[in-house]
Design a protein around this ligand. Sequence first.
Ligand SMILES: Nc1ncnc2c1ncn2[C@@H]1O[C@H](COP(=O)(O)OP(=O)(O)OP(=O)(O)O)[C@@H](O)[C@H]1O
Ligand SMILES: [Mg+2]
Length: 241
Amino acid sequence: MADVMTNRLIEFRKVSRVYGSGEAAILALDSVDLAIQRHEFVAIMGPSGSGKSTAMNILGCLDVPTSGEYLFQGVPTSGLDRSHHTLLRRHMLGFVFQGFNLLPRTSAVENVELPLIYRGMASVERRERAIEALALVGLSGREHHTAQELSGGQQQRVAIARAIVTHPAVLLADEPTGNLDTKTSNEIMDLVTRLNREQGITVIMVTHENDIAAYAGRVLRFVDGKLESDAKRDMEAVHAL
Ligand SMILES: Nc1ncnc2c1ncn2[C@@H]1O[C@H](COP(=O)(O)OP(=O)(O)OP(=O)(O)O)[C@@H](O)[C@H]1O
Ligand SMILES: [Mg+2]
């Protein structure tokens, strides 16, 4: 109950994830302790193979810890069954990946509507919400273009619209600008920053690039499955510059 009163949204308590077993076992996450507050914008960095995607998969309820506990809004997720994990994913979490993962020959608006179909929302309301989400990411007028008719940056905007159309508490992004040029990457990051500040969405984003991590208020660095550093930036000071 205490976590409802505080702003703590996410907590890892000694979370480990082991892939495989015996001699071949890989300790992808090694007893990670971590707390993320509502409305934070967190970047996750670290070398290839350091456990970033493993952590994101657990945060997104796509995977579960081998040991330790993941708490969401103070509730241990290990106590939830699969259908509750699915509900948590559909209602609280939005995902954006490097590769956009859109249906290529399907219109932007239909791509964005997909998560609402899973929710069983009526078609008129669904369409309204999808158009609203596309407007929020600056794609008004492109609703009926198919994904393959859009540029890389526009496709990533559609993917972000699809992630936020459910009004999630958390946006999880694994290298969202990995396939984009610098200018387009900065536009996408301005958009993500705006969603964080104006819509209050908590953002957790993996990136390899310092320039991209600089948009976040806090940088977590993983090395060999351990949380090696956790640096908060004084955003007031950054904005004052
Ligand atoms: N499904 C899996 N089965 C076995 N081992 C895995 C699996 N997924 C990841 N691993 C291993 O776990 C470790 C962490 O992988 P992870 O994908 O989390 O790294 P990452 O930090 O996201 O790397 P990258 O920057 O390359 O995306 C690596 O050693 C990887 O080989
Ligand atoms: Mg990864």
